[in-house]
Design a protein. Structure first.
Length: 211
């Protein structure tokens, strides 16, 4: 399965991608994690990307596409993949097609802006291993500590309220048009956000025809 997950920042794409990846035995390709790793390591791409990410703006297409193609060349992508956070706009979607990278299904998780703002205020991230948590829906076993590596959890700058509002504005302008783009190609499926992670997973599996 070659799947792209669509939805506003904080819609739960990363969580659902991780669940689907385990169920289907294919990798999740998260551009956000790849870019954050580049920022942490101080690579040339990371230095450029950091300026945009700190402001809640989209990283330029040429930077994102370059990082993405490097990841797609790895052998674990041979049998399929789940794209999380890529493509972010129609130009990127077209660049993927032009590069011979096809997507079979685009699944959009529908959620209101206010729900996003409320949800992201509770998000926590591990600066060491990139694991993510939520104070209400997916808390760590020990408050403020990563279950996987024991590092202290932090609030990402791009999860702060003002940055979230900026990211939502960018999403509606740049990314949301992808729904029509994929719909015109007969590849779009949509599900409504549910109150729990488990309930959202259930409607996602149903939409994809997975038992």
């Amino acid at each position: 399965m070659k799947l792209v997950l669509l939805g506003a920042p904080g819609a739960g794409k990363g969580t659902q991608a991780e669940i689907l990846a385990k169920k289907l035995g294919i990798p999740t390709i998260s551009t956000g994690n790849i870019l954050r790793a580049a920022v942490k390591n101080g690579t040339p791409v990371g230095i450029v990307a950091k300026e945009y990410m700190d402001a809640g703006a989209l990283v330029p297409d040429e930077v994102t596409i370059g990082v993405f193609k490097e990841r797609m060349a790895e052998p674990d992508c041979a049998n399929g993949y789940i794209l999380d956070g890529m493509p972010r706009n129609i130009a990127q979607a077209q660049a993927l097609v032009d590069g011979g990278i096809e997507v079979e299904t685009a699944l959009s998780i529908e959620i209101s802006d206010q729900t996003i703002i409320d949800r992201m205020s509770g998000r926590r991230a591990c600066p060491e291993c990139s694991a993510t948590y939520h104070t209400q829906s997916a808390p760590p076993k020990k408050d403020g500590v990563c279950d996987k590596c024991g590092a202290a959890l932090t609030i990402r700058k791009d999860d702060e309220p003002e940055t979230v509002k900026n990211r939502l504005a960018v999403y509606h302008k740049e990314t949301e048009p992808l729904k029509d783009w994929y719909a015109a190609r007969g590849k779009l499926k949509s599900v409504d956000n549910q109150p729990t992670i488990e309930a959202t997973t259930a409607v996602v599996l149903e939409a994809l025809g997975i038992k």
